[in-house]
Design a protein around this ligand. Structure first.
Ligand code: SAM
Length: 263
């Protein structure tokens, strides 16, 4: 299909989506509700649904735990998770998305394919406040902690690591996340236990060898969540009620107690 054809198809989908919102789905009154119940399924990506509600409960609980700041993601693709994070921010918090976008020749392991145009359309359809979002086209190895902090104006409380899935890029991106997150910030690492991407677990193990590393506290679907020691148990308490709805186990990941939830 031609590029114009693809754009027309997306435009039609967007119109249908807006029409649905004003029809029976109008019962969802906020952008957040519409996105988690409808919009998220219409954005291309791999986010498993078992991740969404425990993650949004964690994001909501952060304020009560005194954890504030914006959101950052390395590896955005079409924005499926980024939009979710952006919609769960407070009015005074910002989000930054870092991706190779049009520099796909540097995508060494072919993990996803960021597209700025599709991302912009998806953010607009979901009601993301574009004034509080910065998109940075870059290889994550060329990004500094200072750039992320300058973009957000504060250390992020949510940081998704989902760029290149090689060991080296995983370590690089985890270190960037570590260097920038707020005290009690949550790092969301993709695919650490996926047999398709063995580089990620290798990178995670290298990162966890550092004495002051963040600790894993939960496995939500394909996401491994890490934070500072003092916040691991409070966050596990936040997601404990999901044990009633999802498959769950309590176990250890490399010596750290974790809550495992899976649909
Ligand atoms: C698996 S996809 C991300 C999926 C996304 N988090 C979502 O919610 O749908 C991986 C993304 O990482 C980007 N990427 C790959 N290598 C990268 C690198 N070295 N630096 C920055 N982005 C990279 C790709 O362009 C792609 O968009």
């Amino acid at each position: 299909m031609s590029k114009l054809g693809i754009r027309m198809q997306r435009l039609t989908k967007g119109l249908v989506r807006r029409a649905q919102y004003s029809g029976p789905l109008a019962r969802f009154t906020t952008d957040r509700e519409r996105y988690v119940h409808v919009g998220i399924g219409e954005v291309g990506g791999w986010l498993a649904h078992d991740v969404v509600f425990p993650l949004t409960d964690l994001a909501d609980a952060q304020k009560g735990l005194g954890v504030t700041g914006g959101a950052a993601e390395i590896g955005v693709h079409h924005g499926q998770l980024f939009i979710l994070l952006a919609l769960y921010l407070a009015q005074d918090e910002r989000a930054v998305a870092i991706d190779l976008f049009e520099q796909q020749s540097e995508n060494v392991d072919g993990s996803g394919k960021g597209d700025r145009e599709i991302l912009e359309e998806n953010m607009a359809a979901a009601g993301v406040d574009r004034n509080r979002v910065e998109l940075i086209t870059s290889n994550s190895v060329d990004i500094t902690a200072g750039q992320i902090l300058a973009s957000l104006g504060a250390p992020p409380r949510l940081f998704s690591v989902d760029g290149g899935h090689t060991p080296e890029l995983t370590v690089n991106d985890l270190q960037l996340a570590h260097a920038t997150v707020a005290e009690g910030g949550i790092v969301i690492l993709d695919d650490a236990f996926s047999p398709m991407w063995p580089g990620v677990i290798q990178g995670l193990l290298t990162y966890l060898d550092q004495p002051d590393c963040l600790k894993p506290f939960a496995l939500l679907g394909n996401k491994t969540l890490l934070t500072h020691d003092a916040f691991c148990q409070p966050y596990r308490d936040v997601i404990a009620p999901f044990a009633q709805h999802l498959h769950h186990r309590q176990d250890n990941v490399f010596g750290h107690p974790v809550t495992i939830l899976r649909a």
